[in-house]
Design a protein around this ligand. Structure first.
Ligand SMILES: [Zn+2]
Ligand SMILES: [Zn+2]
Length: 366
């Protein structure tokens, strides 16, 4: 069967989306050639300086390419099957034409799921396109045409969605690309000045040295601002989307709803083990579907927390409105193990273990 017009258009789009990645790849390949061959090998006479520059350069280069690769080729995670509507629920939903009755059905399904955010109008967040209940912090990406867990943004420079599965890689990509540009700028400066003083031999190397300095310093500025912004987001436990529009909880919007304090926010992205922080391997905490929040921690069916008071207004609001699964469970799991919230085994035990942990965090934060 011949491909349809839409299929051809999709195919062309898919090819076009790789252009920014290709652009970066060409620049990086040229920078490698210019730095290693033209600057270090051709223009630097001092062997000691040459060796040190080449060693440090290659360490940063490898980390940068590794992090970039991981950001591009790590598949964004989609919601677990528990969030998808069953066949019977879909039928039920289709039969109802009133919004309120549909919401009633969705609310019934959401009862067993760790969902605490709502739409602006207070409705359950449902993706028509994927036919699923959106977990907290999950958004539908129109480019990927999928619901992406903890979606941060769709990044054209990596032709991928930045979300739960690759946010750590994205942060490391920003860090190492910034270090890469800063290192080139710093070590090239001396030769850049020599160029203007006509101190360089008249070969093509001097033009590589000139453009290397311009491009590295310009990229440094834009990467630094982006990196600083994302560091701030990590400290505040916000995604770019949440920074633009604060998440809505049942009691209203709260831009700091997922914040557990700077250190725990950082560990949510980078993990508990320091040795994995600088390495682009997965070490983020949680399953991407459920997130501890300082706003939702009281369940009417659970005994009151053994640790200190929680802001009274928050308790009252949540106790009234949350008949669902205690968040304490997902909170404690997120911060104690990497198991999925849907693993029922040992849930009671974890509940006991973690009971003080998340709430304690909140108290520190407050
Ligand atoms: Zn979707
Ligand atoms: Zn996307």
């Amino acid at each position: 069967m011949a491909p349809s017009g839409t299929q051809i258009k999709r195919g062309c789009q898919r090819v076009l989306y790789w252009i920014p990645v290709l652009f970066i790849a060409v620049i990086v390949a040229w920078s490698y050639y210019a730095y290693v061959l033209q600057l270090c090998i051709e223009s630097i006479d001092d062997t000691g300086e040459k060796v040190v520059y080449l060693l440090v350069y290659h360490v940063v280069f490898i980390m940068f390419v590794w992090a970039y690769w991981q950001t591009i080729f790590t598949q964004p995670l989609n919601p677990l099957k528990e969030f998808q509507l069953s066949y019977s629920d879909k039928e039920l939903l289709e039969r109802e034409d009133r919004g309120e009755s549909q919401q009633e059905i969705l609310r019934r399904i959401a009862k067993d799921l760790p969902i605490y955010t709502r739409t602006n109008s207070g409705a359950i967040r449902f993706c028509d396109r994927c036919q699923l209940l959106k977990p907290d912090r999950c958004h539908h990406c129109s480019v990927c045409d999928k619901c992406i867990l903890k979606m941060d943004h769709h990044c054209p420079w990596v032709n991928n969605c930045v979300g739960f599965s690759n946010y750590k890689y994205f942060m490391l990509f920003l860090l190492y690309s910034l270090l890469y540009c800063l290192f080139i700028t710093a070590t090239d400066l001396k030769y850049f000045i020599k160029f203007w003083l006509n101190g360089l031999p008249d070969t093509q190397a001097k033009f590589h040295i000139l453009f290397l300095f311009f491009s590295a310093s310009m990229f440094s500025v834009s990467l630094a601002s982006l990196f600083i912004y994302h560091c701030w987001l990590v400290c505040k436990n916000r995604s770019t989307l949440e920074a633009v529009r604060a998440p809505v909880f049942r009691h209203g919007t709260d831009k700091s709803g997922f914040s557990l304090g700077c250190s725990k926010n950082f560990r949510q992205v980078f993990g508990d083990e320091v040795k994995y922080w600088p390495v682009p391997v997965f070490s983020s905490l949680g399953d991407g579907c459920s997130y501890p929040t300082c706003l939702v921690n009281l369940d009417p069916e659970q005994p009151p927390s053994p640790v200190g008071p929680i802001p009274a207004t928050k308790i009252a609001a949540e106790a009234r409105q949350f008949p669902s699964k205690p968040l304490r469970e997902s909170q404690s799991r997120l911060l104690t193990t990497t198991l999925s919230w849907s693993d029922s085994e040992g849930a009671a035990d974890k509940d006991k273990k973690g009971a003080s942990n998340p709430i304690m965090t909140i108290e520190h934060e407050a």
